[in-house]
Design a protein around this ligand. Structure first.
Ligand code: SF4
Length: 336
């Protein structure tokens, strides 16, 4: 099996009690059936606690939150389950997060979600371009229905997209426009099933001036919110809070936002090899970038400045609210 992952992937470790925005609050923990069964059989006081907080939410078994926090998150922001029963006792949700995995036959792509502050620090802090590494691991390719020409063409163009997004001689807004132009052109080529032409058509768009291409607007539809922070900021967002305004007043923000675009393309682009819907994924990446950049512009206007830490928090917040909610993801992926 070939494995691809961001170069910093292996460096990730949960920082537990030192985390500034723990994933053990606000979200309900969905417990996989195997862990739920194990928890039902657990003995002692921890077993009683487990049985007291597990409940059904539709088809899912979840831990009922207490004051918006996981019932096992203690005062020191540490996990009582981990302390009492060890790491192996954690359910799949807690074991995996913030890691994500996409399997394409013999290739597995892994990544870290930027909604986790520690993952965001590792992925967004470096000033040099984000890089990815590959290695092989034992295992068999998953049976799949991928079209090989479509898969390899999309992979080639994605490599060219990374190169374009990391070309710092181009203004970041121009890079975002070229990404949109390539997304439109490649989608049309996919629709015509001319898979062998995807690479050349995509590359042509990535090299061409895209000043006349317009970026997708932020959605006006009502979003589902996990926290009060994003709706509060959105209420006071002004039309002049734009990525252009941010980059004019705070050019150093471009590096972190470049990483954010590269992260989005890495995470979503190749899924089009399965559903042939590339354009919605490109729209999602660009809208996420625009949302974070607009909120950062608002921050600069209101506070006359923006630290790296603040921009990183804004990007994490956008990911937390949009990427982990299927309804919000759909709204942000809309083609129109
Ligand atoms: S958000 Fe990340 S660092 Fe924080 S508790 Fe969760 S996994 Fe650990």
């Amino acid at each position: 099996m070939q494995i691809m992952e961001p170069a910093v992937y292996e460096a990730f470790h949960c920082i537990g009690g030192d985390c500034t925005d723990t994933c053990c609050a606000a979200w309900e923990v969905v417990v996989d059936p195997e862990s739920a069964e194990k928890y039902r059989q657990a003995g002692g006081a921890i077993g009683e606690r487990l049985r007291a907080v597990m409940e059904q939410d539709g088809e899912d078994t979840v831990f009922r939150l207490q004051n918006g926090r996981c019932p096992f998150l203690n005062q020191e922001n540490l996990c009582d389950l981990y302390i009492e029963l060890g790491e192996a006792s954690l359910c799949a949700t807690c074991t995996k997060y913030p890691r994500f995995t996409h399997v394409y036959g013999g290739v597995t792509e892994r990544g870290l979600s930027l909604s986790c502050p520690e993952a965001a620090r590792l992925l967004l802090n470096p000033t040099e371009p984000m890089t990815f590494v590959t290695h092989t691991e034992e295992g068999f390719p998953e049976p799949n229905a991928l079209n090989p020409t479509l898969y390899f063409s999309l992979r080639k163009v994605r490599a060219a997209v990374f190169e374009m997004l990391q070309n710092r001689t181009l203004p970041l807004e121009e890079r975002a426009r070229r990404l949109c132009a390539a997304g439109e052109a490649v989608q049309k080529t996919i629709n015509r099933r001319h898979y062998a032409q995807i690479d050349s058509i995509g590359r042509k768009c990535l090299q061409a001036d895209a000043q006349t291409v317009s970026l997708p607007e932020l959605p006006e539809k009502q979003l589902d919110f996990l926290t009060e922070t994003l709706p509060r900021h959105l209420k006071t967002l002004l039309p002049e809070d734009t990525p252009g305004a941010l980059l004019a007043s705070c050019p150093e923000a471009a590096v972190m936002l470049e990483h954010f675009l590269v992260y989005g393309v890495y995470r979503y682009w190749m899924e089009a090899a399965y559903d042939r819907q590339l354009l919605p994924k490109v729209r999602l990446c660009v809208r996420l970038y625009r949302l974070a950049a607009s909120l950062a512009a608002q921050r600069v206007r209101e506070e006359s400045g923006l630290s790296k830490e603040e921009l990183r928090k804004i990007i994490s917040l956008c990911c937390k609210e949009i990427e982990h909610c299927s309804e919000n993801l759909e709204i942000f992926s809309a083609v129109r």
